[in-house]
Design a binder for this molecule. Structure first.
Ligand SMILES: [Fe+2]
Length: 255
């Protein structure tokens, strides 16, 4: 086992709390509110946490599922199931009470991790081939409550920008457009139904990997909404084998 993979298997629950104790204070609640439930920080995670995420990326990069949806998306993704198997330290960070409390303070709402059957609860996005991108979209919540997206920069040797538009669904509020790059350890946090955003195409000989954590205010999702959400995740992100793994497992007699 190589050192990087081994590092992802270090008991992270115990180490997460002291490391994350250095998260930015005070929590910038005013900036988040004034930007219509959006925040960007170019520095958020301590360097050693970012290093652990990079080790996690290297551990899963042989299991990337690539998609090409003409006119909308091109790139690779790794679902929470693969992360659970190969980079469990990322899953532990996702559930870190210290991290969740910081985010709750930021958005002013009680947050919960996404349910165990959501392949998008935490995921890695790989931009590794020229032209990899995702077009304009919202991170629509199929849950009965709100769905917040936390994007963490992990690797960014690229010219990609997160371009975004604030206040698009607020009557009588001028739309604000801007663009940022998310360096390793940087943060973007937003209400998925409020931020219109895209990632611009990757250039030649570039690499970009970001980590997404999804938190919800109500983990209940109606069955039809779950079906739509799963189909989207299967087609646009993780493939049918990952998304419908439990169903496929039962059909083939596996656990
Ligand atoms: Fe998105």
């Amino acid at each position: 086992m190589n050192a990087a993979l081994d590092d992802t298997r270090v008991a992270p629950r115990d180490r997460a709390a002291p490391i994350l104790a250095s998260l930015p204070e005070p929590v910038p609640v005013d900036a988040f509110r004034e930007q219509g439930a959006f925040l960007y920080l170019d520095t958020f995670l301590p360097r050693d946490v970012t290093d652990a995420l990079i080790a996690g990326v290297r551990a899963v990069q042989g299991s990337v599922n690539r998609n090409y949806l003409p006119g909308h998306k091109q790139g690779g993704s790794v679902s929470r199931y693969t992360i659970d198997e190969l980079a469990p330290a990322i899953a532990e960070l996702y559930r870190s009470p210290v991290l969740i409390r910081w985010l709750e303070t930021l958005c002013g709402e009680a947050l919960q991790p996404s349910p165990d059957d959501d392949p998008h609860a935490y995921a890695l996005y790989f931009y590794t081939k020229p032209g990899d991108h995702i077009g304009w979209h919202y991170d629509t919540s199929y849950y009965e409550g709100r769905r917040y997206t936390l994007l963490l920069g992990v690797i960014d040797d690229s010219s990609c920008f997160l371009e975004y538009r604030l206040h698009t669904r607020e009557p009588n509020v001028p739309i604000v457009e801007d663009a940022v790059q998310i360096p390793p350890g940087g943060l973007v946090f937003f209400d998925g139904d409020k931020l219109h955003h895209r990632i611009t195409p990757l250039g030649e000989n570039e690499e970009r990997v970001s980590l997404t954590f999804e938190y919800v205010t109500n983990p209940h999702m109606r069955p039809f909404q779950r079906f739509i959400s799963n189909m989207k995740d299967a087609v646009a992100y993780f493939g049918f084998r990952q998304v419908f793994r439990q169903l496929l497992g039962k059909r083939t007699g596996r656990a």
